[in-house]
Design a protein around this ligand. Structure first.
Ligand code: NAP
Length: 145
């Protein structure tokens, strides 16, 4: 089973990788963060041992990052059973002041750039593969009505 997960240097993504690694040791985990690949590799190497995971640098704002990753994976003929779009901008309701800038950033990263990422991955999704989007109940469109 091949699984790709975004936003795995901290938070839910980080915990998900540790969980999958322990509960599905045969799964091949491909993970991304905004960290430079060498630092990211070091982080996970220290935790799980070397070469357990394949690490990529991916900032959702940079569409080209996804394009290059997909191109490399296509060259290797790799298809995914699960693609987990976890990376996102989280508002700290206690600290983040509501503003147009925050709203724009949230919509850009959690919606526009996430859709771009998913669309680019569709050609390397297995026929029975699934895209999992980690989101919030607040993101339900019926909350806007
Ligand atoms: N925790 C909750 O209670 C909760 C509730 C509702 C929804 N969610 C959703 O669940 C997901 C994970 O939440 P979390 O609590 O684990 O959040 P978190 O601790 O803030 O982690 C967010 C992750 O997304 C990455 N990220 C942010 N902007 C990015 C970008 N432009 N490109 C690529 N990666 C980016 C962060 O990377 P950096 O370290 O580089 O910033 C980090 O790895 C998010 O989509 C969030 O909206 C969480």
């Amino acid at each position: 089973m091949n699984i790709f997960i975004t936003g795995t240097n901290r938070g839910l993504g980080f915990e998900l990788v540790k969980l999958l690694n322990s509960q599905h040791p045969n799964a091949r985990l491909f993970i991304s963060s905004r960290l430079p690949t060498s630092a990211f590799n070091q982080q996970w190497g220290q935790l799980l041992g070397p070469n357990k995971l394949r690490c990529y640098q991916l900032d959702l704002k940079e569409s080209q990052h996804t394009a290059e990753i997909v191109k490399d994976l296509q060259k290797e003929g790799i298809f995914f059973d699960k693609v987990v779009a976890n990376a996102g901008f989280g508002i700290d309701h206690g600290r983040t002041k509501p503003s147009l800038e925050t709203a724009t950033k949230t919509l850009d990263i959690n919606f526009r750039f996430t859709i771009d990422f998913i669309k680019q991955f569709l050609p390397i999704l297995s026929p029975k593969g699934r895209v999992v989007v980690v989101s919030a109940i607040m993101a339900q469109l019926n909350n806007l009505s």
